[in-house]
Ligand binder design. Structure first.
Ligand SMILES: *[C@@H]1O[C@H](CO)[C@@H](O)[C@H](O)[C@H]1NC(C)=O
Ligand SMILES: *[C@@H]1O[C@H](CO)[C@@H](O)[C@H](O)[C@H]1NC(C)=O
Ligand SMILES: *[C@@H]1O[C@H](CO)[C@@H](O)[C@H](O)[C@H]1NC(C)=O
Length: 308
């Protein structure tokens, strides 16, 4: 292992500095590859926690990659949940997976494509699952990220958005189903009817809260299901193909919103189980594991109770 690393560093030195390291000066151009092969090899060879692959990222450039990570977790629009003494009196299980707990309520992985709409996906996906859980399966719908993208003008459609503002919209106005307003991956005018002309029926969130820190987030998931989080994406994240992600190399690209569905522990490392919105060919069929505390994954969560 040690020799492989040394060998690859020597190879890098000879072939020139195509790989950028953490804390390297950000001299990256938008036209540079986001994950050159040398970076993928370096990730695979320098640590055992997770594996990198070129399969999904291919020849993606830095510029393209930035459009997959263009959200913000700030500013906050809702109060931090105060669990009071409850948090101290309950010990969460060492692992938990919403997909096992509520098998019919955790909806399939979606694909935001090359549009910076993760803020809308994380929000509508978490509310869809929560609606199903709260209604004991009687309201089992996938809500429309496209509707948020077109109607929530506090956010910036495909140019990014703020997770809390998406929840504010879902609380004040509600969102219809995905099949009513299907995904286009681009901005358009806010619809007043479903795409087939039928009447819009919206679903709303109520009592939205923010959560920070593992215990508070675990309590939120146990109580109501998946939550939306915002975290920092670095170049290496784009290559994730399995294991427990820990930022290893590469520069910061932007913030990204995703849906946390559970957590687990392996060899003393606690990690979150997260649904991404980059399709099922990314990561572990669209999901990833990330160690607690990495890249701000557990500092900016938000979720609300669905109105049923
Ligand atoms: C990285 O390592 C994994 C696991 O050993 C392997 O499946 C994958 O092919 C490797 N990727 C590259 C690009 O070397
Ligand atoms: C139109 O779309 C809505 C939402 O998907 C659906 O419930 C309804 O059945 C559709 N109506 C027709 C006439 O296809
Ligand atoms: C966990 O630790 C054991 C013992 O050190 C090791 O053999 C195993 O490969 C580790 N598993 C992972 C997934 O890191």
């Amino acid at each position: 292992m040690k020799y492989l690393v040394i060998a690859s560093l020597i190879a890098l030195a000879i072939s020139g500095p195509t790989v950028t390291f953490k804390n390297a000066s950000p001299a990256l151009k938008d036209s540079d590859l986001v994950a050159p092969q040398e970076m993928i090899d370096l990730i695979n060879q320098s640590q055992d926690s997770w594996t990198a692959s070129a399969d999904w990222v291919g020849q993606m450039t830095i510029g393209d990659a930035k459009s997959y990570a263009s959200a913000s977790g700030e500013p906050r629009s809702f109060p931090e949940k105060d669990w009071g003494a409850l948090l101290d009196s309950v010990t969460p299980p060492s692992s938990f997976d919403s997909r096992q707990q509520w098998p019919n309520c955790i909806h399939p992985i979606l694909n935001q494509e090359q549009c910076g709409s993760c803020w809308a996906f994380g929000a509508t996906e978490a509310l869809s699952d929560r609606l199903c859980i709260a209604s004991k399966g009687s309201i089992n719908v996938v809500l429309s990220p496209q509707y948020l993208l077109e109607c929530d003008k506090e956010n910036f459609a495909c140019n990014g958005g703020i997770a809390d503002l998406a929840w504010l919209w879902m609380k004040d106005h509600g969102v219809p189903t995905y099949s009513c307003v299907p995904y286009l991956g681009q901005d358009s005018t806010c619809p007043t009817a479903c795409s087939n002309g039928s009447q819009l029926q919206v679903y709303k969130a109520s009592s939205v809260n923010t959560y920070s820190g593992p215990s508070s987030m675990q309590a939120a998931i146990l109580a109501g299901g998946p939550i939306e989080v915002t975290f920092q994406v670095y170049q290496d994240f784009m290559t994730y193909s399995g294991g427990i992600y820990k930022h290893t190399t590469g520069n910061f690209l932007g913030n990204h919103c995703v849906k946390v569905v559970g957590w687990g522990t392996q060899n003393g490392t606690n990690y979150w189980v997260v649904a991404n919105s980059w399709g099922t060919s990314w990561g572990i069929q669209g999901f990833f594991n990330i160690a607690f505390g990495q890249c701000g994954i557990d500092s900016q969560a938000v979720a609300g109770t669905p109105l049923v």
